[in-house]
Design a protein around this ligand. Sequence first.
Ligand SMILES: C[S@@+](CC[C@H](N)C(=O)[O-])C[C@H]1O[C@@H](n2cnc3c(N)ncnc32)[C@H](O)[C@@H]1O
Length: 234
Amino acid sequence: MAEKGKLYGIGVGPGDTELLTLKAARILKTVPVVFTPKSAKEKESIALSIVRPVLEERKDYKRLMLVTPIFPMIEDKEELEKIWTSASEMIAQYLDSGRDVAFITLGDPSVFSTYSYLQKKLKGKYEIETVPGITSFTACAAARNEALVEQNDVLTVVPKIDDRLEQILEYSDSVVLMKASRNTSQLEQIIEEKERPKDIYSVQNCTRENEKVIEGFSNEKPYLTTTIIKFKDD
Ligand SMILES: C[S@@+](CC[C@H](N)C(=O)[O-])C[C@H]1O[C@@H](n2cnc3c(N)ncnc32)[C@H](O)[C@@H]1O
């Protein structure tokens, strides 16, 4: 029986291919199978668009196996569980046949990534290596040439409004609002109403060709939008 393959979970950074790590590029130049997740059939895989120039440099590019599982943006936990199980089974088939698999993921694999759910299902059964990538929110601060946190600042990362927000805002110095396309005007209002002096900016499509840095919250919210709030108390 063939020796099992190894799974690489690769963070591909926020958008600019030059922000891929050397390690990610090295693995992507040799691995026989690359999983390139996307959110809908008619959409492109953003992660694939980032690594495509590296893959296209491969002499064996035409023989490279690209697998594109679809992970719809839904919140139904049962449905998601089924989708993650089926995707992890697909990865397992390649690993069982002795082929190494790279699963590419936007930004860093440890920050709100589908890879983490699949990885949990395969842990213990296969060799796994997770390769970190530049996360979007540090890239967003860099787009403004600003620090995200300094000295004793406390950083909070918020994916969605919930009833902890009021309290969190009291104790955070910098707040990163991810998945901003889901943020409601209610959340924006809660933040605006805080009496602490603050600087708010949003970055759309950070490090991609169509990057936009906007003061305050952004009215249009493409999927790749992150808002940063820096409280300035002194
Ligand atoms: C599912 S999360 C993935 C986060 C990713 N693992 C990371 O480390 O950045 C998707 C959210 O990340 C943020 N994001 C990812 N890439 C971005 C970019 N290039 N510009 C702005 N925000 C981005 C947005 O808030 C987006 O809704």
